[in-house]
Each structure stands twice: as structure tokens, then as C-alpha cells.
Design a protein around this ligand. Structure first.
Ligand code: FMN
Length: 143
């Protein structure tokens, strides 16, 4: 299985998490690359069975949260028939960012099997937890 992690990042947290997620998947035997939404690795994406999409949380901290610069994510190449997962990074409260991001990814054809909100104060721990949950969800899906 191959995977591509595509992220939208303003100040670098979501990019760092994306690279950690790709490294965690690769360590578990799923060859993964991470790339920004502005420079999607199209070859990797077309060869991937799993697409992970990440964004940062934009809002008024406790109200109106949504994926940051979601317009860019809405232009993700079509991923019909591929399994997908979403993550966001946030400071205080991610609100409905994950479910909104999942909707965007479904619009591009992804079959969203899970999502996780990663607190920016612990990107490493959050990325590791997300990878663990993702691997478990993939095993259930394949069983
Ligand atoms: C304009 C702006 C709005 C934000 N709104 C929220 C918010 O509503 N809730 C929250 O928990 N974090 C909010 N954040 C914090 C970011 O989501 C968080 O720092 C995130 O990790 C940034 O990711 P990045 O470094 O990939 O851009 C906001 C950040 C910015 C710049």
C-alpha cells in the first residue's frame, strides 16, 4: 500500500505534522510522501491507495472554526475510489474543522475512513496517535 499526505499550512505546524504522519506510515510499511496542497506530487497521488489531507484551524478560536484556506483544498485532484483520512492542527478548539474538511475530501471522491485533530503544542504525540488509529482503521477495513 502507498499513501500521500497533502497538507495546507500557514505557519508550518500542519506541514510538520504531515511529515511526521508520512514518516510514521512509512515505518509501518506504507510507503508515504508528504506534500503541500500547492505542490501535490501527482505521481505519488495517482499510485496511492490512501490519501491523508491536513489543514490548520481557522476561526475565532471558540467559534466558526473551519479548515484554513479551504478553497485550496477544494481544488485537490479527484481521488475517486481511494481511501482517505483527514487531520487538522489547532491551538485551543478545532470546533467542526475535521468534519468540514472531511466534506471537502468527500467532494473530491475520497472515501473518508477517519480523522484526528492534533493540538499544536504536541504535534509529535498527536501525529503518532493519528497514525496508530489510522493503521487500526485500515486493518478493520481490510478484514
Ligand atoms: C488566522 C488564524 C485563525 C486561527 N483560528 C483558530 C481557531 O479558531 N481555533 C484554534 O484552535 N486555533 C486557531 N488558530 C491556530 C492555528 O489553527 C494553529 O496554530 C495551527 O497549528 C496552524 O497551523 P499551520 O502552522 O500549519 O498554519 C488560528 C490561527 C490563525 C493564523
Amino acid at each position: 500500500m502507498k499513501a500521500t499526505v497533502v497538507y495546507e499550512s500557514l505557519t508550518g505546524n500542519t506541514a510538520a505534522a504531515g511529515r511526521m504522519i508520512a514518516a510514521g506510515l512509512t515505518a509501518a510499511g506504507i510507503e508515504a510522501v508528504a506534500c503541500p496542497i500547492t505542490h501535490v506530487d501527482l505521481q505519488s497521488l495517482s499510485e496511492s491507495d490512501l490519501v491523508v489531507v491536513g489543514s490548520w484551524t481557522d476561526g475565532l478560536f471558540f467559534f466558526g472554526q473551519r479548515p484554513g484556506r479551504a478553497g485550496r483544498l477544494a481544488k485537490l485532484p479527484v481521488i475517486d475510489g481511494k481511501q482517505a483520512a483527514v487531520y487538522c492542527t489547532y491551538a485551543l478548539d478545532a470546533g467542526k474543522t475535521l468534519s468540514k474538511l472531511a466534506r471537502v475530501v468527500r467532494m473530491r471522491g475520497g472515501d473518508v475512513i477517519g480523522g484526528y485533530a492534533i493540538k499544536r503544542q504536541d504535534l509529535e504525540g498527536g501525529a503518532a496517535e493519528f497514525v496508530d488509529r489510522l493503521l487500526a482503521a485500515l486493518e478493520v477495513a481490510e478484514a
